[in-house]
Design a protein around this ligand. Sequence first.
Ligand code: NDP
Length: 340
Amino acid sequence: MHINDKSNYKTYLPKEDRYEKTLYNRCGKSGILLPAISLGLWHNFGKYDQMANAEAILRTAFDHGITHFDLANNYGPPYGSAEENFGMLFQQNFKSYRNELFIATKAGYDMWPGPYGNHGSRKYLISSIEDSLQRMNLDYVDLFYHHRPDPNTPLEETAIALYDIVRQGKALYVGISRYSSDETTAMASLLKELNVPFIIHQSRYSLFDRAIENDLLSTLTENNLGCIAFSPLAQGMLTDKYIDRIPENSRAAKSKTYLDITAVNEKLSTIKKLNEIAKKRGQKLHQMAISWLLYQKAITSVLVGVSSSNQLIENLKATQNIDFSSEEIQQIDELTTMFI
Ligand code: NDP
């Protein structure tokens, strides 16, 4: 029999050497190791994005030992579509590697209409994880986050919802995101009492946003928690892409994103100066920005977003040089301590 299959579809077989060169860091004092660079699916995995590109990014990630994929109920657009697409691509590519993957999702932002589709109530969190598992066609996630603090729901209610989610086997570990230092201390104490495996805080951290250095980082260390840094490239500003122009199809050029041209222009002179420091280190700016985060002791993993496999490969090179001389740190501090 001769089969003339013109689909050009190739079954995915991950690279056998995928774990050989990858750097893993322990998450707080837990049993979990996370790759130094993890992949976030906030952008580029929604309904209107190219699935072949999304699939190539996921395959490239896993081929390079990136075991941790980060989602949320409302990633898309529209809400839920990143989880649906991930679920489909997972079935086609990674189903037999489930035990090698550490998959996270979250709830805490606007998800469905009415009073129960947002914030931190037990009603919202327990309904949302159930929906996320269905969209991704998974039995459980490895990590479930409360996506942001909710000042109007008692912290105890959110904590007990997280406890139940773990006890029901829907998540193995829990985390929180965007909580302040005080809120983190309070949540850590509640979850400790309940014996919930609370292992990580997801925080915005980059050369352009160093606010967590004020007190959150030390709180995380005191509580034996890991820290995963989101938007490490300040959504693409910490690259050389905007130095000469705003490229078509870049995040700043697109409408309905959280990065606009004004924000880029405000930072342009600092971007250029940081780019010169990176060049002297033999790195690209995006690599130096990631290396600098990995140089910080409290950081477990740097959570990048990419619009292509090439960007991911470029970013992974950051792990080859995560040492900084005191002169380099001083030069970087002169340009960025204003963002603490
Ligand atoms: P980044 O700061 O890494 O920005 C990603 C964007 O930068 C890419 O989409 C791409 O934009 C550009 N970029 C990345 N690498 C390169 C490169 N090598 N060269 C040129 N441009 C590059 O992270 P995100 O803001 O995307 O956040 C990462 C993840 O963090 C999210 O996917 C999500 O999982 C998580 N997150 C969590 C939040 C929370 O509240 N907990 C909030 C925000 C994010 P372009 O389209 O221009 O190519």
